[in-house]
Design a protein around this ligand. Structure first.
Ligand SMILES: [Zn+2]
Ligand SMILES: [Zn+2]
Length: 432
């Protein structure tokens, strides 16, 4: 019986993984200029962390987490997102005493048991960015600007607004949201019979989640619900207006979506999503918001915070589509060494080590095969150059270097192994 991978868990072959690495490295280089520090947090956390942060009655916690008892009968969960873990880390390590702002980012896999489809896997990769320090709309503007900076960085996209759309909303503070909730519940109760079974339950436990429902009949009700921005208190209103003012003055285009709520309980005030064209139903590439009270709720001090995550798979689809060529090049060996005599293998071995030390991607075959077979193999591996070491040539202090793309070959004369290695290195470096 063949064992297959778990549904929704993907193998990353080199031609896929190289794109992932390219994007992560690009994001990292930008994040460093914003003074974010890279960290790594565990993939597995106590289940309670997510119940208390994301919210017990959210879809993520109720239906989507990989939760199980470990061998000590303790409930643990594969992280469905990184924000909660970073908050836990700040509290556990006592980072409140550190100078503010605290700025962290991390990259790695997250896990949610959802129905797999285009742009949605059960193990998916995120770049997670979190900032702790101030309650100031400038920070939201800067954070969202940063998300765009990262998304458009590949190929230096100038027309990124043709690909990406920014949606923003304010969820208000604890005070004004409570007011809104009352009105929302009142309205939903009047329309309870039109809601799906899950939403009828949500209505009792977590009414805001109804706004997330994707079922048609619920959507008709949702379209008529009161909207939160009409219930914002004075401070929240000023905060949100200021954010929009900053966007307008720096030319960031946005769409206000008063029904944007996001599937997590911890957000307050500003939340946002960046959606991309061509992704179908799963079109959110980056999303985040403000979560000033999360640290306090998890047992720490009050510390305003804002963050976002980028879905790497979706980002890759939005950027590359099916374009792979640019990256495949990087997977090809720079040079393939063909050694025709057993006695020369040690020379080949040494030349390969030399070229690798100087950064060339080098491949060599130690098995005895004909020149023709080896050339065919080098061609299949898409090697850019081939070096041929034959007995007769070696005695005459010569070797053959073949440029596979141009189809031309030249004789390289040398004094010793080292001069040969240098000559090859220089020739290839000049051509690459
Ligand atoms: Zn408020
Ligand atoms: Zn529903």
């Amino acid at each position: 019986m063949n064992i297959q991978s778990v549904r929704g868990f993907k193998d990353w072959l080199p031609e896929d993984f190289i794109k992932y690495q390219y994007l992560i490295n690009l994001a990292r280089s930008i994040l460093l200029t914003y003074n974010y520090k890279e960290i790594k947090i565990p993939i597995l956390e106590k289940t309670e962390l997510f119940v208390r942060s994301i919210g017990e009655f959210t879809d993520i916690v109720q239906k989507e987490t990989y939760t199980f008892q470990d061998r000590n009968k303790e409930f643990v969960t594969l992280r469905p997102e990184a924000t909660a873990g970073i908050c836990r880390m700040i509290i556990e390590k006592g980072l409140f005493v550190n100078p503010k702002p605290l700025k962290f980012f991390t990259t790695g896999p997250m896990f949610r048991h959802e129905r797999p489809q285009k742009g949605r896997l059960r193990e998916f990769y995120q770049i997670d960015v979190e900032l702790f320090g101030e309650l100031n709309p400038y920070l939201e503007a800067e954070t969202i600007y940063l998300a765009f900076e990262i998304l458009k960085a590949p190929f230096n996209l100038k027309n990124y607004s043709e690909i990406y759309t920014l949606e923003i909303n304010s969820l208000g503070c604890l005070k004004c949201r409570a007011e809104y909730k009352k009105e929302l519940v009142k309205f939903l109760k009047e329309n309870k019979d039109k809601l799906c079974h899950t939403c009828q339950e949500r209505l009792e436990k977590n009414p805001l989640r109804v706004l997330d429902c994707k079922i048609k009949t619920c959507n008709d009700v949702i379209a008529k619900t009161p909207i939160i921005t009409e219930y914002l208190c004075k401070e929240c209103k000023i905060h949100f207006e200021k954010l929009k003012e900053i966007f307008n003055s720096i030319g960031i285009k946005y769409v206000e979506n008063p029904r944007l709520v996001r599937g997590l309980d911890y957000y307050i005030r500003t939340i946002f999503e960046i959606k991309a064209k061509g992704l179908g139903a799963q079109d959110t590439v980056a999303a985040g918001g403000r979560y000033d009270y999360l640290l306090k709720e998890l047992g720490g001090d009050y510390l305003p915070a804002i963050g976002f995550a980028i879905g790497v798979e979706r980002w890759a689809i939005s950027i590359f589509g099916d374009k792979k060529e640019k990256f495949l090049q990087e997977l090809f060996p720079d040079i393939f060494l063909i050694v025709l005599e057993d006695e020369l293998l040690i020379k080949g071995f040494q030349i390969a080590q030399f070229l690798r030390k100087y950064g060339l991607k080098c491949e060599i075959n130690y098995e005895k095969k004909s020149l023709k077979a080896q050339l065919r193999n080098a061609d299949k591996l898409l090697a850019k150059f081939v070096l041929i070491l034959g007995e007769k040539e070696w005695k005459e202090k010569k070797a053959l270097l073949k440029d596979m793309k141009k189809g031309v070959q030249e004789e390289i004369k040398f004094e010793n192994l080292e001069t040969l290695s240098y000559k090859i290195y220089n020739k290839i470096k000049n051509e690459l």
